[in-house]
Design a protein around this ligand. Structure first.
Ligand SMILES: Cc1cc2nc3c(=O)[nH]c(=O)nc-3n(C[C@H](O)[C@H](O)[C@H](O)COP(=O)(O)OP(=O)(O)OC[C@H]3O[C@@H](n4cnc5c(N)ncnc54)[C@H](O)[C@@H]3O)c2cc1C
Length: 456
């Protein structure tokens, strides 16, 4: 008790009374994840406002062996951002400085708490674009997207977050500050800490700032929604778009049942009079108008049954809503099991059929919702109507994915939700190497100790 009181006193001295939050009503916003599936509790939420306050906070916790969960926007979907074992929450959201765009380098420096939406608007105003985009853009932070190596809508064109990170500044559990924000595109001087920390899910260090690469801002954006009779036709269409249209930057897949759910739950008009099985949403963006090339490619696809095209912002947003609102509409049914997986391109269609069948056999009362980033082979399998702590669904889906030579996490990470299954895709030697890295950077094991690595 005395040690805990001492820690609180020290943390208050570091970040100020107002930034050690213990009021239960306020703390509640930090202890449940976005899906509502993962709930925890914490003695306090600590909100440092500078890198040095982060360093002093981590040092104080490490010295006492007190576990920490780092948190950004709390939009992570694998239970990695909430204190499920009574950890202290260290929220990085107050670190929200955003530097000027470096026009010569095409880079920008952002602190960890800057939201993706703010970063995107800032880059756009300077004639550039930040390539990572996802539906949680208004809350997800630079630090959180780096910690999860977030993917999103533009991965097949620009790569995941790792491809945008030129450098990071980070604080180790000891309070030591590591990394660089100097923005050198070429710098072969030892282990690449930025690469290591990207995707480390808050287990190795707190990312406090990053130097990020920008891409040229396209002037023209066209969105098309195409309907197909089945998933194989849809995936053939995806391949043609990838081959024929160099301006394509998002190719998304969803199905009639998901579209019905979105339209019914959120009161949207249906895009087409007829019903279809599978839908592909394509976004093309370029300096010159991508519409003619997109129209020609769609024209060449005999299997397209219906098309809606948007060349203005409002209509484009309406078409995007059919895809992006899946997560929100599914959540209205109760906390879902969310399994974000990748399959080899040739296996994606077969997976769609097999996962539905396997889950029908396992839990006949469950509802299965599939949608995803088709060009990356990335399918989001969402299952509702199953108790939050029933792991049989996770087990069945992840084993099927591995059987079909895919990955159990495409872009959301391992978090606490999938750590038990990491051994399906990583060898014992690889997990031992991960543990050695963790021990080297966080010897007291205080940073997110229940995420990513399997329990002992
Ligand atoms: C509607 C919706 C759509 C989404 N779409 C996508 C998508 O298309 N692609 C995708 O990849 N993800 C998607 N996500 C998941 C989520 O938005 C991403 O994982 C995002 O990167 C999390 O950012 P965050 O700031 O909310 O991090 P949090 O949820 O707060 O944290 C996520 C993890 O990062 C760690 N962490 C957070 N900040 C730091 C830091 N500064 N330093 C070190 N560790 C830290 C946490 O400990 C935790 O393990 C979606 C989520 C929602 C709700």
């Amino acid at each position: 008790m005395r040690a805990a009181d001492d820690l609180m006193t020290e943390l208050r001295a570091v970040v100020g009374d107002a930034n050690v939050v213990t009021d239960r009503a306020v703390v509640a916003g930090y202890t449940t994840d976005w899906t509502g599936r993962f709930h925890g509790d914490t003695p306090a939420v600590v909100r440092p406002g500078t890198r040095d306050e982060v360093a002093a906070t981590l040092r104080a916790c490490t010295e006492r062996g007190v576990a920490i969960v780092l948190q950004g926007g709390n939009t992570g979907l694998v239970g990695g951002s909430v204190p499920l074992h009574g950890e202290i929450v260290v929220s990085l959201r107050r670190l929200d400085a955003l530097g000027p765009v470096d026009a010569r380098a095409g880079q920008v420096t952002a602190q960890a708490g800057v939201t993706l939406a703010r970063l995107q608007a800032h880059a756009r105003a300077a004639g550039w674009e930040y390539a990572v985009d996802l539906a949680a853009r208004d809350s997800a932070t630079v630090g959180g997207t780096i910690a999860t190596n977030a993917g999103g809508l533009h991965v097949f064109r620009h790569g995941p977050t790792r491809a945008q990170v030129v450098g990071v500044e980070a604080v180790l559990a000891s309070g030591a500050v590591v990394g660089t924000l100097d923005g050198l595109e070429k710098d072969n001087t030892g282990y690449h800490l930025a690469g290591l920390l990207t995707g480390s899910e808050g287990t190795l260090a707190a990312v406090t700032a990053a130097r990020l690469r920008l891409v040229p801002r396209p002037r023209n954006v066209v969105v098309a929604l195409c309907a197909f009779d089945d998933v194989e036709d849809a995936l053939d269409g995806v391949a043609v778009v990838r081959r024929e249209i160099d301006t394509a930057r998002a190719i998304e897949l969803f199905f009639q049942d998901g579209l019905d759910l979105v339209c019914d739950r959120l009161g949207l008009a249906r895009p087409f009079a007829k019903r279809h099985d599978a839908f592909v949403l394509i976004e093309c963006a370029g300096r010159t108008d991508p519409a003619p090339a997109l129209a020609a490619a769609i024209e060449s696809l005999a299997a397209v049954r219906d098309v809606a095209v948007a060349t203005d912002d409002r209509t484009a947003r309406r078409l995007w809503r059919y895809r992006e609102a899946h997560t929100e509409a599914i959540n209205l049914l109760g906390p879902p099991h969310k399994l974000d997986v990748t399959l080899p391109a040739g296996a994606l269609g077969g997976f769609v059929a097999r996962v539905r069948q396997r889950l029908r056999e396992l839990v006949p009362s469950a509802q299965v919702w599939l949608f995803g980033h088709a060009a990356d082979g990335n399918m989001h399998v969402n299952v509702t109507g199953v108790a939050p702590d029933d792991d049989s669904v996770t087990d069945a889906v992840l084993r099927l994915v591995v059987e079909m030579r895919g990955s159990i996490s495409a872009e959301h990470g391992i978090g606490t939700a999938k750590r038990r299954w990491l051994h399906l895709v990583r060898t014992g030697d690889e997990i031992a190497a991960y543990r050695a890295i963790k021990r080297a950077l966080d010897p007291a094991g205080v940073l997110n100790p229940h995420a990513l690595l399997p329990g002992p």
